[in-house]
Every structure is written in C-alpha cells, then in structure tokens.
Design a protein around this ligand. Structure first.
Ligand code: UP5
Ligand code: MG
Length: 190
C-alpha cells in the first residue's frame, strides 16, 4: 500500500447538484486539482479496459462500482498529476468507498463539501443536460436518487458527526452557489 501525502476536499453531493460545474470554477481560483470519480470511470469504459463492461453496466443502473476499482483510478490520477491538493467529486458514495479510501491512502479529508439540492431541481437539471450520458434518463435518475439517499447520505452523516461537513445550498443560481463556495475555499487561496 502506498500512502499519499495530500490535502483533500471531498464532494459527495447528489446527482445533478452541480458538483462538476462548481469544481471547474474552484480550480480556476484555488490550487486544487479536480478529480471526478464518475469522469474517471467513464474514461475507463472508453479506454476498453477489462473492467469497462462491468463499470458501464453499473452506471446504467445507477449502482456504485466496487471501491477498489474507483480507488485505483483515483490513486493513479493523484500520483500522475503531481499536485498535492485535490477536490474529489462524486466520491465516496457509500461506507465501503469511504472506509476503503481512508484505509488505502491514510488521508483524512480536510472537509466535505455537501451540495444540498431538492430532488425536483436535480431531476430538472439532469433531464435538460443533453450531454448524451447513458444515465440521464428518468428511470436511471430515480435509481441514482435512491442510491444517494440510501448509501451516500450516511457518508455525509459520518463526516458531519466529525464536524467536517460544509453544507452549501446548491438550489440557487450557479454564481450564487459559487459565492458560498468561495467563502469556504478562502483560506486556501494561492
Ligand atoms: N447546473 C449546475 N449547477 C446549476 C445551478 N446552480 N443552477 C442551474 N443549473 C445548474 O450539473 C448538472 C446540470 O445542471 C448541468 O447541465 C449544469 O449546467 C446544470 P453538474 O455540474 O454536471 O452536476 P453534478 O453534480 O456533477 O451531476 P452528475 O450527474 O455528474 O452527478 P452524479 O453524482 O450523478 O454523477 P457522477 O459522474 O459522479 O457518477 C455517475 C455514476 O458513476 C454513478 O451513478 C455511479 O454509477 C458511478 N460512480 C461510482 O460507481 N462510484 C463513484 O465513486 C462515482 C461514480
Ligand atoms: Mg458530475
């Protein structure tokens, strides 16, 4: 096992809460490297890897890919990029992810950015995104919401008990959400 030296912010917010959108704005202003677990998994499918079919089936069903697969991709990306500050988007999605990541990297995240957004708003955003994602259809979206409530919210609760969660009202317009995000990242300005 390789221990990584890194400063970490995790962002496990709901599907369509605006994680990717806000992460792109954060990296423009602060010295973090944005790693989206979902983007890494989609790239792994495209690369034709042996796990591709399994990952693709899980994503179509809105299910969570086994922790070791996602963590291997995250660790590889963290080592390759050379930075030591990361904003990890869409991860950890369940307790298995969280425990395996903490045990496998020995990194304690500095804080957890929780984008809180009503399901109706997230559903509207996902259905109007139009980027050809195989999971942006109403059946899969409903499954993603259920998995989020059943598996991901307990992870946020775990970190909340440790005082690590920074909650953001993600239902507001993009620029207003970013104002709140900036206040959280202010101490990290480079
Ligand atoms: N938009 C954004 N912010 C807005 C705002 N404030 N007001 C109005 N519109 C706003 O935004 C979604 C859409 O809304 C965009 O069109 C945007 O312009 C607009 P985006 O920033 O893309 O939201 P995001 O939260 O990133 O939504 P995403 O769909 O990526 O979230 P998911 O968590 O569902 O997707 P992810 O890629 O993380 O995971 C996909 C699947 O991969 C999972 O379901 C799972 O099957 C698998 N997965 C794992 O198994 N393990 C992992 O660790 C990660 C993923
Ligand atoms: Mg995203």
């Amino acid at each position: 096992e390789q221990n990584l030296e890194a400063r970490l912010a995790l962002q496990p917010g709901g599907p369509g809460s605006g994680k990717g959108t806000q992460c792109a704005k954060i990296v423009e202003n602060y010295g973090f490297t944005h790693l989206s677990a979902g983007d890494l998994l989609r790239a792994e499918i495209k690369s034709g890897s042996e796990n591709g079919t399994m990952i693709s089936n899980m994503i179509k069903e809105g299910k969570i890919v086994p922790a070791e697969v996602t963590i291997d991709l995250l660790k590889k990306a963290m080592i390759e990029c050379g930075n030591d500050r990361f904003l990890i988007d869409g991860f950890p999605r369940n307790e298995e992810n969280r425990a395996a990541f903490e045990n496998g990297t020995k990194i304690e995240p500095e804080f957890i950015l929780f984008f809180d957004c009503p399901e109706e708003e997230m559903e509207h955003r996902l259905l109007s995104r139009n980027q050809g994602r195989v999971d942006d259809n109403i059946e899969t979206i409903r499954k993603r919401f259920r998995v989020f409530v059943e598996s991901s919210l307990p992870v946020i609760e775990h970190y909340n008990l440790k005082g690590r969660v920074r909650r953001v009202n993600a239902a507001k317009p993009i620029e207003e959400v970013f104002e709140d995000v900036k206040a959280i990242f202010a101490p990290f300005h480079t």
